[in-house]
Design a protein around this ligand. Structure first.
Ligand code: JFZ
Length: 583
């Protein structure tokens, strides 16, 4: 009796399990979701993460012995060549009494961020966690004596934010055998002793003691051999097989790639999963007088732009020495988060645009059977989209569910819009199409060859501490020459076809500054820049011939504009460049 019952139960249970399983797989087929995503797919779905640069450098905060130090805050030790003996004394003053892991994690969540990457050890070599390998760490050397990484791991597990560590594997300015510190230590290095004695065992600690990690973020690969880099990666995978490593581990060993800092490519990049590390102002580590905050509009624009091109946005905050994320950062991030609360459907888990780079009026993301048009610059009462071949079944605003009127003739889709944007930053139109995949007419796809390409200053990487974008005139000005980094525009173009193009530039300036010189070059040809004379335009936007450039498929074709050193104040307003195919 007993056995029979037990048998029946087992049978019933197995039938039940099989039934549930079948049901689940049907469910999955219905909404097209893949049941078991790979760690890389999960990473790609997250889109938006919080980068945190926090360490001893947040105490000097961009100032040393009363003097302003130009450049990024976490590089202060290097930029001022501060001896270890002096720099390490900062630890005795590091007491971030206002640090609250729950608040940081909650801020990430409120901002709509899905993951967090925090500096466990930056180039200064100071471990921001309890390390048994080196006593140069926050628990052993500071009055604080707590391990903030344990606290963050716990808070993130509770809020559901995925967690990862930044670890500077090659540069360690505290160590004579690592890369970077040439002012304290002799030139000869024994990287092996550093890698095996510090980097590898510290990586072990990070992977063993802080729960599941989504990724380890390595940086500035140098000095290490391929074998040493590989051993770091293998170490990560042995301890946590699902933990990703980024490509700044070097030697193409990464699971996914980083674009240059703050550098959004000009169009879709689909060779790899990728991420853009980016600053909220002009520094990673806290600098007290850097108030050059990107506004929420800019950030939502950039997030949309990056996601529409297939990437993730890893946006940085630099907490103070007290452990507080600057109030301004918090407010900006919460505004972005409020937009994402309403419009997240058009960001998370989406695919890149099927179209060739569409300019600065609208961007596009997709899901099976759906296209999201993101209107980032309100075009007035009509928006025309060319090149879509699928029949549009319906269109509505994501923010309020209201229908959007449209007409569709051939491959031309025209939306009728209200005079004012539904959302001040980015109004999303959800379009349901016939078929799963968007089909784009020849010549309109991102992989197609183009006769004419326009790159806007809006979408360039704007470098330097003076160059600024102005929404009104849609142009960048402030190309003065006050040092490093230079005030420049940089476009990162990874073309899908080879081509030779004539470049023209559009700018406006007062006649008084005519005669200033500008430079323009393609990366790797820095030694042979094109030098042109700025012509007065009486304040009007005008176009000028620049030069011809060859661009190769898949290559990082960096196009750079700046002003040559002079005494005149340069107030040139650059709006865009045009590339016209000549071959
Ligand atoms: C590195 C660090 O040196 C810096 O302090 C910060 O942590 C940043 C996120 O990463 O800086 C880099 C590294 C690589 C490039 C640019 C800046 N790059 O490849 O262009």
């Amino acid at each position: 009796m007993y056995f029979r019952e037990k048998l029946m139960n087992t049978q019933t249970i197995s039938i039940f399990i099989i039934a549930v399983f079948l049901l689940m797989s049907c469910e999955n087929k219905k909404d097209g979701a893949i049941e078991n995503k790979t760690p890389l797919e999960n990473f790609h779905d997250m889109k938006f993460g919080m980068f945190i640069h926090w360490g001893l450098y947040s105490i000097p905060a961009g100032e040393w012995k009363g003097e302003y130090v130009r450049g990024i805050g976490e590089w202060i030790m290097y930029n001022r060549q501060i001896p270890v003996k002096e720099y390490e004394q900062l630890a005795q003053k590091f007491d971030p009494v206002k640090f609250n892991a729950d608040e940081w994690s909650q801020l990430a969540k409120d901002a709509g961020m899905k993951y967090m990457v925090v500096t466990a050890k930056h180039h200064d070599g100071f471990a921001m966690y309890n390390s048994k390998i080196s006593d140069y760490n926050i628990v052993d050397r500071t009055p604080f004596m707590r391990d903030p990484m344990t606290e963050l791991a716990k808070s993130n597990a509770e809020t559901g934010i995925k967690f990862g560590f930044y670890y500077s594997q090659a540069q360690d300015w505290y160590e004579p055998n690592a890369a970077g510190n040439t002012w304290d230590f002799p030139e000869e290095r024994d990287p092996k002793s550093y890698v095996e004695g510090k980097a590898l065992p510290q990586i072990s600690e990070l992977l063993k003691n802080y729960g599941n990690l989504a990724l380890v973020w390595f940086d500035t690969p140098q000095l290490l051999t391929r074998e040493q880099a590989l051993s770091l990666k293998q170490h990560v995978k042995e301890l946590q097989p699902t933990c990703l490593v980024n490509d700044r581990i070097g030697f193409n060993l990464g699971d996914y790639i980083q674009m240059n800092d703050n550098s959004i490519p000009t169009m879709v990049y689909d060779w790899n999963a990728w991420e853009i590390p980016a600053t909220l102002n002009d520094t990673w580590g806290y600098k007290k007088n850097d108030q050059n905050w990107k506004d929420p509009h800019d950030l939502i624009y950039k997030l949309t732009d990056i996601v529409s091109k297939g990437g993730n946005y890893l946006l940085n905050v630099g907490p103070t020495a007290e452990g507080v994320i600057p109030e301004a950062s918090q407010e900006i991030l919460r505004t972005v988060g409020n937009w994402l609360k309403v419009n997240g459907e058009a960001i998370y888990g989406t695919n890149h645009t099927p179209f060739f780079y569409p300019g600065i009026t609208w961007k596009c993301t997709t899901k099976p059977g759906k296209i999201y048009f993101h209107i980032v610059n309100w075009p007035g009462t009509k928006l025309e989209i060319e090149g879509l071949e699928n029949k549009v079944k319906s269109a509505h605003f994501l923010a309020n569910n209201e229908k959007v009127e449209f007409t569709q003739k051939g491959n031309k889709l025209v939306f009728t819009l209200p005079a004012v944007p539904v959302d001040p930053f980015n109004t999303v139109i959800v379009v349901e199409i016939n078929g799963e995949q968007a089909k784009v007419s020849p010549g309109y796809g991102y992989r197609d060859s183009q006769q004419e390409i326009t790159f806007y200053a809006r979408d360039a990487r704007i470098r330097g501490e003076e160059a600024r974008y102005d929404w009104e005139s849609q142009s960048v000005s402030g190309f003065v020459n006050s040092g490093d980094p230079k005030n420049e525009l940089r476009w990162y173009h990874f073309p899908f076809v080879d081509g030779k193009y004539q470049v023209d530039i559009e700018y406006a300036c007062d006649d008084s500054i005519a005669g200033s010189e500008f430079y323009f070059y393609k990366r790797m040809e820095e030694e042979h820049p094109y030098n042109g004379i700025i012509e007065g335009t009486g304040g009007q936007f005008k176009q000028f011939r620049v030069m011809e450039v060859n661009m190769t498929k898949g290559e990082d074709n960096r196009l750079v504009f700046g002003l040559v050193e002079n005494d005149k104040s340069a107030n040139v307003r650059v709006r865009r460049i045009f590339l016209t195919r000549v071959q």
